[in-house]
Design a protein around this ligand. Structure first.
Ligand code: GAR
Length: 206
């Protein structure tokens, strides 16, 4: 059983997919806490509903980003968190948090990285005119949407897609993919080698 700490800024549907996977028995993890930078985040309602402790940390209350991320790291440590899960946390995570949890911070991004980093990835994909979009779960390093890629899944871009319809198609993948990535981590099946993540598979005994 692994203790995970979730960071979210908004709606929290990925947070919910993780909670649901735990509740179904598909993921041997405990959501130890939710940390948010937004007191209005709907993710807080989800945490309350499932009796998950939630903490709002106001970034404006800190003199520097480093102090803000140090405070988040301290809070996660106080909850005994082993893996940090960014679920729609709309900030670039800085060093104190990454150093406190090396290769133990995951992010989900609604694009096939390294394409369409940053905000509004689905809109960027539509504007570029790609025919294939998708989502990525990766370990977080100090870059913006960089770091070793754990899982990716592609979805088609359909001729009549709007930003909303494409986002919804990608979100379905996200909700499957994030619990799976956490499960693989919890089972010790992810081995990071340079920028590559190798996923151990269990070979059947013949
Ligand atoms: C998700 O689509 C996630 O991939 C994206 O924000 C959305 C959050 O939805 N994250 C990023 O763009 C991070 N760069 P949710 O709050 O319902 O999980």
């Amino acid at each position: 059983m692994i203790n995970i700490g979730v960071l979210a800024s908004g709606r929290g549907s990925n947070f919910q997919s993780i909670i649901d996977s735990i509740d179904r028995g598909g993921l041997a993890a405990k959501a130890a806490c939710l940390i948010t930078d937004n007191p209005e985040a709907y993710a807080i309602e989800r945490a309350k509903r499932h009796n998950i402790p939630h903490v709002y940390i106001n970034p404006a209350a800190f003199k520097s980003k480093a102090l803000f991320y140090q405070r988040i790291a301290d809070e996660l440590n106080a909850f005994g968190v082993e893996l940090v899960v960014l679920a729609g946390f709309m900030r670039v995570v800085k060093r104190p948090l990454i150093e406190a949890f090396p290769m133990r911070v995951m992010n989900i991004h609604p694009a096939l990285l390294p394409a369409f980093k940053g905000l509004h990835a689905q809109r960027q994909a539509l504007e570029y005119g790609v025919k294939i979009a998708g989502c990525t779960v990766h370990f977080v390093d100090e870059g913006v949407d960089t770091g070793p890629i754990i899982l990716q899944e592609a979805v088609p871009v359909l001729p009549d897609d709007s930003e909303d319809s494409l986002s919804a198609r990608i979100l379905e993948c996200e909700h499957r993919m994030y619990p799976l990535a956490i499960k693989l981590y919890a089972e010790g099946k992810l081995k990071v080698s340079g920028n590559r993540v190798k996923i151990a598979t269990v070979m059947p005994i013949l």
